[in-house]
Design a protein. Structure first.
Length: 224
């Protein structure tokens, strides 16, 4: 899949995309992530992409023209399944949305900034608005990085042991069970006996039981 990110701060997203699983996914050809600096699409001699709001409220507003030019240049090259705008107003991002986006071919993520973007962008170009939670970030870049991370890791084949993405918390609306590694006894704090038993069926039963108990205790809303 291909993800094009349009932003005024490409440096802010570069690092999280170029490490660990996201880097490996790109190196192996499972994902292509391209960053586009919105200022490159400005016709202003100072490369400005924002202006004062009509009606005079506080803060600057991102202009429609550079955004139109950036999105149109991309759309001239390929079809996009979604053009996403990161905004606290959007639908709340979750595992289900990550899974469904991971099955698309091409998406654009437009990162919001300042006091917002000219509303006509949202009306005429954006197909989906996504929020990563009920709090306000200084810009949409960190939200875009979160979305990319969650989407790319569930592309089939990205995590070598596919089971490992499928058994994540939230994949079946259950939190993941506790995991342990050596030593089996640390200062008298012991790993649950069943995990050392080698009895696969019993281990799976225990893991499911733990998942249910932890979900009931920590996130009962997921069981509804
Ligand atoms: N931009 C600012 N806050 C945001 C949020 N919570 N989610 C997505 N984009 C944002």
């Amino acid at each position: 899949m291909r993800i094009d990110i349009i932003t005024v701060l490409p440096e802010l997203i570069q690092s999280p995309l170029n490490h660990s699983i996201l880097k490996r996914a790109q190196d192996k050809g499972f994902a292509e992530i391209h960053l586009h600096n919105l200022r490159d699409y400005s016709t202003d001699k100072h490369h400005r992409v924002d202006d004062y709001p009509f009606g005079g409220s506080a803060g600057m507003v991102m202009q429609i023209e550079p955004i139109d030019r950036a999105i149109s240049a991309l759309k001239a090259q390929r079809h996009y399944d979604e053009i996403i705008y990161t905004s606290p107003d959007g639908e709340k991002f979750d595992q289900k949305i990550a899974n469904s986006l991971s099955m698309t071919q091409n998406i654009i993520i437009l990162c919001g900034h300042y006091k917002g973007i000219d509303f006509r962008v949202r009306e005429h170009f954006i197909t989906r608005e996504i929020s990563i939670g009920d709090y306000v970030l200084t810009g949409g870049e960190l939200a875009a990085a979160v979305i990319c991370d969650a989407v790319v890791r569930v592309i089939p084949g990205v995590i070598s042991d596919e089971q490992s993405a499928l058994s994540d918390s939230f994949q079946d609306n259950l939190l993941a069970p506790p995991v342990y590694t050596r030593p089996a006894d640390y200062n008298g704090w012991k790993v649950p006996e069943v995990l050392l038993s080698g009895h696969q069926r019993k281990i799976e039963e225990w893991q499911l039981q733990q998942s249910l108990e932890r979900t009931q205790k920590l996130r009962p809303d997921l069981l509804k």
